[in-house]
Design a protein around this ligand. Structure first.
Ligand code: FPP
Length: 242
């Protein structure tokens, strides 16, 4: 897909967000970390709803990384419960609001009930086109590229692909994100300036914005301000200025 999908208003058409800071937000209030994740889920609803007016056609959010399994068993279980509940509770609104939902990441480690909710939501929203919401769940950039390489190797082994056809374009077709344009802008909340294995391949030419706000405090207003600032940036995709 074309690299530059900047929307007609000059804003980024594909925004990816690392939603960080839920735990600290809860700790500041003397509450358990899961309280912060629940508050974070409410912000997801607000940010998705804001996308059409802000000209954001694709929103990709990092919900759970391949490294997040290292958290305590109770936090992991609570997050998985939250994802199931989010899908159950939000499905109808997402369908009606024209949001197409897709999931990226390895589903193999996720429980059956969650995977079936994910499959059903993808199917139920398959004809929507207003906003494309992609939720990264058990996602890691290196894991994704590794799985893509394995799939490609299998195709070569089975004689359906020649090693001579292996280039960046071909590899992109084996990634979880094959249906997505590359992100124009990656935002990370909570003051950390890291990309933490998120969309490593796809963000080669993305702009980055690191904000101090903790995710549960990140409003549609702040989102809009960041996007307005993006309008003025010059993106050259490696080319020189004249
Ligand atoms: C990072 O904050 C956040 C996560 C690992 C989970 C992200 C999940 C949500 C925002 C909940 C809802 C998502 C969906 C799709 C319904 P952290 O716990 O690492 O915060 P900390 O750095 O302050 O500890």
């Amino acid at each position: 897909m074309a690299k530059d999908v900047t929307d007609s208003k000059g804003g980024p058409a594909h925004v990816a967000i690392i939603m960080d800071g839920n735990g600290r937000w809860a700790q500041q209030r003397g509450r358990p970390r899961l309280f912060g994740h629940h508050a974070g889920a409410k912000r997801v609803r607000e940010i998705v709803a804001a996308c059409p007016d802000l000209g954001v056609k694709y929103l990709t959010i990092f919900a759970f990384s391949t490294e997040n399994w290292k958290r305590t068993q109770s936090e992991v279980a609570g997050l998985m419960r939250l994802f199931r509940r989010y899908i159950e509770r939000e499905a109808m609104a997402l369908i009606e609001d024209g949001v197409r939902v897709r999931f990226i990441g390895d589903r193999i480690k996720l429980d059956e009930k969650l995977v079936s909710l994910m499959d059903n939501l993808e199917l139920a929203t398959a004809h929507n086109d207003k906003v494309h919401l992609t939720i990264a769940l058990n996602y890691g950039g290196r894991d994704e590229v590794t799985r893509a390489a394995q799939l490609m190797a299998l195709e070569i082994e089975q004689g359906r692909l020649s090693h001579k056809e292996v280039d960046a374009e071909t590899l992109s077709r084996f990634l979880d994100t094959r249906f997505l344009p590359d992100p124009d802008l990656v935002i990370r909340t909570s003051g950390e300036a890291r990309i933490s294995n998120f969309l490593l391949w796809q963000s080669a030419y993305a702009e980055y914005e690191f904000v101090d706000t903790l995710w549960p405090d990140f409003t549609a207003g702040e989102f809009g301000e960041i996007l307005a600032g993006f309008g003025g940036r010059e993106r050259r995709f490696g080319a020189a200025t004249v």
